[in-house]
Design a protein around this ligand. Structure first.
Ligand SMILES: [Zn+2]
Length: 92
């Protein structure tokens, strides 16, 4: 069960889909995201659906996304980058 620990000790539960975080897309890659979403939608609605093609598009979509989680106890924001690193910001 994936979890994310805040510096205050709060534990974000990342198991539910969707979870209570935010999806972040870099503005420069937004058009690619839309293109992948359209292609995925077209693949899913066609009768010749190849799951490997869908998996590839889903993988590309996921690679564009980063995640934000705001701690409800201390307001710290944790930004999970594409490479898996986490940056932490305190909200005042
Ligand atoms: Zn916290």
């Amino acid at each position: 069960m994936p979890k994310l620990l805040c510096t205050c000790g709060y534990i974000h539960n990342l198991s539910p889909i969707p979870d209570d975080g935010y999806i972040v897309i870099k503005d420069q890659t937004y058009e690619s995201l839309i293109e992948y979403e359209i292609n995925l939608s077209q693949l899913q609605s066609s009768r010749k659906t190849e799951y490997t093609d869908q998996d590839l598009l889903i993988s590309r979509i996921n690679e564009l996304q980063e995640r934000l989680y705001k701690c409800p106890d201390c307001n710290e924001i944790q930004w999970i980058k594409k490479d898996g690193t986490i940056e932490r910001y305190k909200c005042i």
